[in-house]
Design a protein around this ligand. Structure first.
Ligand code: UDP
Ligand code: MG
Length: 316
């Protein structure tokens, strides 16, 4: 089979786990080459995301030992999502398909075989989906569940329990790279690419070595990034809140007016409180209108493709 597969592995301070995972990845790659599912040109590409430890030295040494290893190094830390895009960008010209996988072996390397099979069956995108999250802490599991349900409510199409373990065909990669946005949230962007897709289920394991590079703070900012990159629902929320407050203001004013007629009020107080609610509501609504325009500008500047053509009769 002459499918040239590149496995892209983002690495940030992974000196502890890299000697283990690089070996397992190579064993797997050679097995796939042996089985003639991929070509002997296939490679494992490490993307060193500005590590401060010996990660890059390990990558260089690996590439000297075996031609199936290759790597690129960032000048500083740019983050996981940027590392993935860099890997896709540099592998795309010479790869038929690209798999992205974390360096820590939490994702099951062996399920890449099913991904390759699904690719040969004509799928352009194959999502790795966790069958269970037993290896995560209860807290991480709950927050993840909450996150997916919020995203769904906001109308953002995501594959639940899928992180960044996936296979992309050449054309799916090219299309994804057409999305020029700066704020990357790949697991929300990939479904927008379209094309035939499939899912492969696997059991997510513990980290083989080292520590998570996603502490709570980074996780929360990543979740917020996901919401604000894909939805202007928070602006709509402010608008609805403004309308609600305005209605309360109007009802309150009517009530005061009634009390005034019966002469049963402290002078000055009610008109001040009434104006606070009325003006508060009007201001909030105005803010959300400005926000709507900013939301429009935001989607404009992203310059996402307006359409993606899968087939054209003329090309036959
Ligand atoms: N990673 C990266 N840059 C960063 C943080 C993480 O390239 O700034 C890589 C890391 O080396 C690993 C992957 O992203 O290969 C996922 O990180 P991690 O396993 O620490 O996250 P978790 O699985 O705990 O969510
Ligand atoms: Mg991990």
């Amino acid at each position: 089979m002459d499918t040239m597969l590149t496995i892209v592995v983002p690495c940030y301070n992974e000196e502890e786990v890299l000697p283990i995972s690089s070996k397992e990845l190579l064993i797997f790659l050679l097995k796939m080459i042996e089985a003639e599912k991929i070509s002997n040109e296939s490679q494992i590409m490490f993307v060193d995301d500005g590590s401060k430890d010996n990660t890059w030295e390990i990558i260089e040494q690996l590439s000297n030992e075996d031609k199936h290893y290759t790597g690129i190094k960032f000048s500083r830390n740019f983050g996981h999502q940027n590392a993935l895009v860099a890997g896709l960008t540099s592998a795309e010209p010479y790869s038929d398909a690209i798999v992205t996988i974390d360096a820590d072996l939490q994702d099951d390397i062996n399920s890449i075989e099913q991904m390759i099979d699904a690719y040969h069956d004509g799928n352009d995108v194959v999502y790795g989906v966790r069958g269970n999250r037993d290896s995560d802490t209860a807290f991480k599991r709950k927050t993840a569940e909450g996150f997916y349900s919020v995203m769904k409510k906001l109308g953002i199409n995501m594959v639940p329990n899928h992180a960044d373990f996936r296979l992309l065909s050449k054309r799916a990669t090219q299309t994804l790279l057409e999305f020029k946005e700066e704020n990357l949230f790949l697991r929300g962007m990939v479904p927008l690419v379209g094309y035939p897709s499939a899912k492969v289920f696997y059991a997510r394991k513990e980290r083989a070595a080292g520590e998570s590079k996603y502490p709570l703070k980074k996780m929360l900012s990543f979740a917020f990034e996901g919401i604000t990159s894909f939805s202007i629902a928070p602006i709509k929320f402010i608008r609805n809140l403004g309308i609600f407050i305005l209605i309360i203001g109007i009802i309150y004013m009517a009530y005061i007016f009634g009390r005034n007629i019966s002469g049963n009020t402290i002078s000055g107080w009610s008109s001040i409180v009434g104006s606070i609610w009325l003006l508060g509501g009007i201001q909030m609504i105005s803010l959300s209108i400005v926000g709507e325009y900013i939301g429009k500008i935001y989607t404009e500047v992203k310059r996402r493709p307006r359409f993606i053509i899968e087939k054209n009769i003329r090309d036959k």
